[in-house]
Design a binder for this molecule. Structure first.
Ligand SMILES: [Fe+2]
Length: 358
């Protein structure tokens, strides 16, 4: 199954409330509902921007572990800087209920079984303003910039802001498509704890077919966005349970529904389950990269967009009367995030705690 690509250019020209945009808003909400994912093309986020970001992150992740560990802040629960491989744990590895559900799935759609924590590195970079008055003050930590990367701050901030701009347009379109006011989601996102959180996976060590980089999970934030990765490997599960390997066309962005949009729509749009594994197509891309002497680090240019921590998650507008609304009782977004993290939290053992996936 091919996901449709939504070109945002006409929407940026006339706005999502223009009568011409109505059909596209409907496609956005329907695709998110049926697949948990969406491909968009935003003229403000070019393939060159994505390349510039990935080039820098490849150069970073390729540094020796001792260098990267200088950017590690375990005492700040990895909220900023680098998280080494082997720290983040997929929910399917620690949640017996989820394991039971997976065993009941038809074999062809079952996810790969992770053998332990995810073998991927991650870098956390905060994007956008934070509230000065909040019950959920993030740790008062300076952003971490590795030595020898003078372009770091500009590259991270510019990619981060571009991704948030794309998410905001999609969030407005989705709100309209779901029959809510245009700013139903974006007004709740203001000053949210958005995080640019690219991952790096070393395919020169872990390039065997079937190897799991990110075990089956959902994202606990509102919407997640990525540019095209140089190595395929992302599988998503459609609402009806089929597993689909995602193909992101050049210059397009992939958006995935997280748990917070599920809450706000009373289960109309559920969080998309996904995993990252080495597939046949990944192996082909590894061979091509080797032939061309390119980096074998798989970088994902992920940004997690959040509902602001002090806002309440609850079914919005007409979704308050939806069939499943009682499964989504009001909860403050910051509390919800803490609750989710406590399930997969191995802080006592490994120092993990701020993995924004689940
Ligand atoms: Fe994820």
């Amino acid at each position: 199954m091919e996901l449709p690509v939504i070109d945002l250019s006409p929407i940026l020209a006339v706005g999502p409330t223009d009568p011409q945009s109505e059909k596209l808003c409907e496609v956005v909400s329907r695709t998110l509902r049926e697949t948990g994912a969406l491909l968009v093309k935003d003229p403000r986020c070019s393939a060159e921007d994505n390349d510039r970001f990935i080039d820098m992150m490849e150069r970073y992740f390729q540094q020796p572990p001792d260098f990267k560990r200088l950017q590690e802040r375990p005492y700040l629960h990895y909220q900023v800087g680098v998280t080494p491989e082997g720290v983040e744990v997929p929910r399917s590895f620690v949640d017996p209920q989820m394991q039971k559900k997976l065993k009941a799935m038809p074999e062809e759609f079952q996810p790969a079984t992770p053998r332990g924590p995810d073998p991927k590195w991650r870098y956390m970079w905060r994007v956008g303003p934070r509230p000065s008055d909040t019950r959920f003050q993030e740790l008062n930590s300076e952003p971490v910039i590795p030595e020898g990367f003078p372009e770091w701050k500009e590259t991270m901030d510019s990619w981060g802001y571009k991704m948030i701009s794309a998410i905001e347009v999609v969030a407005e379109m989705a709100a309209i498509g779901f029959g809510l006011p245009r700013d139903a989601f974006t007004s709740l996102m203001k000053q949210g704890p958005h995080l640019l959180a690219p991952t790096g996976s070393d395919l020169s060590c872990y390039g065997q077919e079937g190897f799991v980089f990110a075990g089956y999970h959902y994202d606990l934030n509102f919407l997640t966005i990525h540019g095209k990765s140089r190595f395929p490997g992302l599988n998503i599960w459609l609402r009806r349970g089929q597993k689909v390997e995602v193909k992101v066309p050049v210059g397009c962005l992939l958006i995935q529904a997280g748990k917070q949009i599920e809450w706000l729509t009373g289960g109309e749009c559920i969080a998309g389950m996904h995993e990252v594994v080495v597939t046949k197509r990944t192996v082909d891309a590894i061979k091509a990269a080797q032939d061309q002497n390119r980096s074998l680090w798989r970088v994902s240019s992920t940004l997690f967009a959040h509902i602001a921590s002090d806002n309440v998650l609850k079914p919005l507008g007409h979704y308050v009367k939806s069939e499943y609304a009682s499964q989504y009782p009001p909860i403050v977004a910051g509390e919800y995030v803490e609750q989710e993290l406590s399930i997969i939290n191995l802080r006592g053992k490994a120092g993990d705690g701020d993995n924004l996936e689940n």
